[in-house]
Write a protein that binds this ligand. Structure first.
Ligand SMILES: [Zn+2]
Length: 296
């Protein structure tokens, strides 16, 4: 099996048909490599002639150096899709982060009336794979340039921000880390509807303590010094989308601030509990007051 690393460029534009914005794909860039050695077999680089936004924005043009003239010579989205599908064959698809997949879904829905990506069978999110290697903070997302820096990849002579360039940069990241066995858990079956449900699921921060997935034990805090159950001194206060309250440990006298946040993800509720020093809150609220004051 080969791997294909795909990177897209798109232009945000208004569509009268859907009376809303769409991220219209303007370029496909991809590299196909052998899964054994990661040597390049072929590359794919095609412009897509826009059908919704006739002109690309100055920002996108500055960022990518793609001009309106380039795009006039491009192929229509459906033509590029069918060409790419033939070129890709049965390869496993990789992208850096899920936004390229989400934009592909959006374009397939808009132009074909079907959200399924015809060439997608097996998928790996390379960003997740790299983040796992660095034990990166799961709340943050590692940009491609950050990964390139962390992996000390020599970018001399390599371009950036054009689709093919970025797919080649992502390949360098994969090369720096690749071990066949540890890629296996990252391979997703993308032919199933579940893949689409999951990738399009939007995480919600729950700010309602009566939510059925919040358990009573989620609100219990243990003393960070002796481990015994601590006593909550006040009502929960909702602040910055998390709940907080002061706690006292009746066994050792320790006092602390307990903070809990609920994120509803596709796989269920993720509860993040943090114990903060007691004085932390005082500092935080003064700086918040200062911010409020400066806002007038
Ligand atoms: Zn204690």
């Amino acid at each position: 099996m080969d791997f294909v690393i795909l990177d897209l460029e798109w232009n945000g534009t208004y569509s009268r048909r859907i009376k809303g914005f769409i991220n219209e794909i303007i370029e496909f860039g991809a590299v196909k490599v052998s899964s054994e050695t990661l040597t390049v077999r072929d590359t794919f680089d095609v412009f897509v002639r826009p059908q919704v936004g006739k002109k690309i924005s100055g920002k996108i043009s500055d960022l990518t150096n793609i001009t309106n003239e380039d795009l006039e010579d491009g192929l229509q989205f459906m033509q590029v899709m069918s060409r790419f599908r033939k070129w890709m064959g049965d390869a496993l698809l990789m992208t850096w982060g899920t936004s390229d997949i989400l934009v592909l879904i959006e374009n397939c829905r808009y132009f074909c009336g079907d959200e399924h990506i015809p060439f997608l069978k097996w998928y790996v999110d390379l960003q997740k794979y790299c983040e796992a290697h660095f034990s990166y903070d799961p709340g943050k997302q590692m940009g491609l340039s950050t990964a390139v820096e962390l992996l000390k990849i020599d970018v001399e002579g390599m371009g950036h921000h054009r689709a093919l360039d970025d797919s080649l940069l992502a390949l360098e990241c994969l090369r720096a880390l690749y071990a066949r066995e540890d890629l296996t858990p990252f391979i997703q079956d993308a032919a199933a509807q579940e893949f689409y449900d999951k990738i399009q699921f939007k995480t919600v921060i729950v700010c309602d303590l009566s939510h059925p997935l919040i358990k009573r034990s989620d609100m219990v805090f243990r003393c960070n010094q002796c481990g015994k159950r601590a006593h909550r001194d006040e009502k929960w206060l909702l602040k910055n989308k998390s709940y907080r309250a002061k706690f006292t440990c009746r066994h050792c006298g320790n006092r602390f601030l307990g903070r809990v946040q609920f994120k509803l993800k596709y796989d269920g509720m993720v509860v993040k509990k943090t114990v903060l020093p007691y004085e932390e809150e005082a500092k935080e609220s003064t700086s918040d007051q200062a911010k409020d004051a400066s806002r007038g």
